[in-house]
Write a protein that binds this ligand. Structure first.
Ligand code: ADP
Ligand code: 5GP
Length: 197
């Protein structure tokens, strides 16, 4: 009979740590991810598949894997997604390809997936060893300010994102860690520690 130490595989090599990042739109997740990728070059950032069209500047394979609805449904049918969800009121589907995540973890590399609330819950269900991190704003006023300053959304979109943010904030206690994004560099340092601990 073989014994496997928690966090270790049958091969004896330690598995990488899986971090799941979620939090309201505008809280600074993209900024945190960019800093973390720079600080931890070994980190695999999971590139989601999505049915939404690419925004200007987004690159297929780097920001998202852009697929049509039939292509997305085929990924689901073949069991190739670790999790998926309908986002933006069911207008589009996004999901996490399973294989790159599994391969990196097996090679001992840290992995980061950035998902919505449903995605974070799904990943934790199928991979309880994942560390879920909720990025919270210092205040709702500051969140509104960041969304406005970012300048990428119409007033209607901002109002919708803020309404969703209130629901998301209500779920923060479900997460393993809550990190308030006041000092961006401090948040990045905290996540580096979580990723390699
Ligand atoms: P998200 O990916 O969560 O939607 P972004 O990374 O796009 O959020 O950040 C939203 C805005 O807030 C951007 O303009 C970004 O520069 C700014 N921002 C991010 N982190 C901080 C911080 N710690 N303090 C002040 N502004 C921040
Ligand atoms: P956007 O379309 O603005 O890039 O992202 C919209 C929402 O979809 C965000 O809340 C983002 O975290 C979420 N999202 C992006 N990729 C995935 C994914 O693979 N799975 C899930 N569940 N949500 C995702």
């Amino acid at each position: 009979m073989s014994t496997v130490t928690p966090g270790h595989q049958a091969s004896g090599a330690p598995r990488g740590r899986l971090l799941v990042l979620a939090g309201p739109s505008g809280v600074g997740k993209s900024s945190v991810v960019a800093g973390l990728r720079e600080a931890l070059p070994d980190l695999l950032f999971s590139v989601s598949a999505t049915t939404r069209p690419a925004r200007p500047g987004e690159v297929d394979g780097r920001d998202y894997r852009f697929v049509d609805r039939a292509g997305f449904d085929a990924l689901i049918a073949r069991g190739e997604l670790l999790e998926w969800a309908e986002v933006h009121g069911g207008l589009q589907r996004s999901g996490t390809p399973r294989e790159p995540v599994e391969r990196a973890l097996a090679a001992g590399r840290p992995v980061l997936v950035e998902v919505d609330l449903q995605g974070a819950r799904s990943v934790k269900r199928v991979m309880p060893e994942a560390v879920t991190v909720f990025v919270a704003p210092p205040s709702m006023e500051e969140l509104a300010r960041r969304l406005t300053d970012r300048g990428t959304d119409t007033p209607e979109q901002r109002a919708r994102r803020l309404a969703t943010a209130i629901e998301e904030m209500d779920a923060r206690d479900e997460f393993d860690q809550i990190v308030v994004n006041d000092d961006l560099q401090a948040v990045i340092r905290r996540l580096v520690t979580l990723a390699v601990a």
